[in-house]
Design a protein around this ligand. Structure first.
Ligand SMILES: [Zn+2]
Ligand SMILES: [Zn+2]
Length: 137
């Protein structure tokens, strides 16, 4: 027996693994998810804030589903998500297509870890100085 407090509602339940969320809250989240999914399907131009309000679901929860790629908004304005590596607006998931490709190719070792990589500022400065160098020639 591994009795824990549910992280969402505080109820004590028998934890069998995975997130520390009780079965009632898991069922509630699934219900919310279906509601949100249906709302987005019916309102293609919607955004996170409007969806959260209409479905009475937390914005943070919707963002989590987007990061897990369970949900996708029709527009970049609606999703309000950005690539965790370069900051490009994206529809769902954690990285833009470009950064995903880099991860797949093993070029971006720094974004493989579970913690978000710090914004990389150096390359921009380098290319800037290179451009100056080219102009001087
Ligand atoms: Zn709970
Ligand atoms: Zn990116």
């Amino acid at each position: 027996m591994n009795v824990k407090n549910c992280r969402k509602c505080g109820r004590i339940f028998n934890h069998i693994g995975g997130p520390v969320i009780c079965p009632q809250c898991v069922a509630k989240a699934e219900e919310d998810f279906q509601k949100v999914k249906a709302f987005i399907a019916e309102n293609p131009g919607t955004n996170i804030a409007a969806t959260a309000e209409a479905c009475e679901v937390e914005v943070g929860q919707i963002k989590q589903w987007l990061r897990e790629e369970r949900l996708t908004f029709a527009s970049l304005e609606g999703s309000e998500l950005t690539c965790e590596n370069c900051g490009t607006p994206i529809l769902s998931g954690r990285f833009c297509d470009e950064c995903k490709k880099q991860v797949a190719n093993g070029l971006a070792d720094s974004i493989k870890g579970p913690e978000p990589a710090a914004p990389v500022k150096k390359p921009a400065v380098e290319s800037g100085s290179k451009m100056r160098f080219l102009r001087n020639r």
